[in-house]
Design a protein around this ligand. Structure first.
Ligand code: TMO
Length: 313
């Protein structure tokens, strides 16, 4: 009664958000990783949940270990399950139980070896991987000796660059970047002199609007290429294929989420971002230099007609 009186007196009831009486007041735990679109999108979703009157907590986690954390309910969901980087960890967690598929985003994804278009002037046979390999010497650096330098992603993205180089007998040395920013710095440093460079990249991302470029075409991905040596051109080794060229981008959740936060789970299932939306989330941080929370607030304020319907029960 005291609460009600106070609430009436301060006019709070009239302005109360669409409070969810069914959902738990415990915080929904949202994991944050090391690339910009995932951080911005996770904040967007967290802010949507807060608009619904729910509590949210963010934790920085390893992008492979997170699937075990979701399965155990230590974190509640994952907003960006990229098929190329995380399909194997997601499948492994699914096989153990405790993690559910909360639906795919509209976005179609690709993650693989990539070069800015000027690289093709020095290696005209691109994007074919065999042509790239014949050009390996133009990518050589003091660090890699006679071999070409390939800058792979940070180790937790587990791109298996080394395994691929071995499986396909390539004259490249794989170097893991310490962060996504190191990849953009490598491209930027090569730009003025139009120096050939090959790095890990992905789409949707901001990079495609900044540096026109192409993915290297490796032997086409087939299911099981990362586990079954028989798949792909080398009968004796796994990882002898490119990553999926039209991969999924999935949302995943702890299987207890639907019961503990039913409204939030229903909203999560409806959430779907497109390639341009995700590229813009990355740009807001990597080019426009907003803080991810700020970028998310901006997205929320400019796109209410998109996200509000996701919250309707
Ligand atoms: C996981 N990533 C989108 C950076 O390839």
């Amino acid at each position: 009664m005291k609460y009600l009186t106070t609430a009436l007196a301060t006019g709070l009831i009239g302005f109360a958000p669409a409070m969810s009486f069914a959902d738990s007041e415990d915080p929904i735990v949202i994991p944050i990783h090391n690339w910009s679109s995932q951080i911005v999108m996770s904040n967007v979703v967290g802010q949507i949940f807060e608009e619904m009157g729910l509590n949210v907590e963010y934790v920085t986690t390893d992008s492979q270990a997170v699937y075990e954390a979701v399965r155990l309910g230590d974190v509640t969901l994952e907003m960006e399950v990229w098929e190329g980087a995380f399909g194997a960890s997601y499948r492994a967690a699914t096989d153990k139980g405790g993690i559910v598929d909360a639906g795919d985003h509209d976005a179609v994804t690709r993650e693989d070896w990539w070069y800015p278009l000027w690289t093709k002037e020095a290696c005209p046979g691109l994007p074919d991987w065999k042509a790239l390999n014949e050009c390996a010497a133009i990518f050589a650096t003091p660090e890699t000796g006679s071999k070409g330098r390939y800058l792979d992603g940070p180790v937790d993205w587990l791109k298996h660059g080394k395994e691929r180089v071995d499986a396909l007998g390539m004259d490249f040395e794989v170097i893991n970047a310490g962060s996504a920013a190191a990849i953009w710095a490598e491209i930027g440093a090569a730009e003025a002199a139009k120096r050939p460079v090959v790095v890990f990249n992905w789409t949707p991302n901001f990079a495609e609007a900044v540096w026109p470029g192409e993915f290297v075409e490796f032997p086409e991905w087939e299911e099981g290429c990362d586990t079954d040596p028989a798949k792909g051109p080398n009968p004796d080794a796994p990882y002898d294929c490119g990553n999926p060229a039209t991969g999924y981008l999935k949302k995943a959740a702890w299987d207890g989420m639907a019961e503990k936060w039913p409204d939030a789970y229903a909203t999560l299932q409806k959430i779907s971002f497109t390639n341009p939306q995700i590229a813009l989330m990355a740009k807001s941080v990597d080019v426009d230099e907003l803080e991810p929370e700020e970028a998310a607030r901006l997205w929320i304020s400019e796109n209410e007609s998109i996200w509000r319907p996701w919250t309707a029960q």
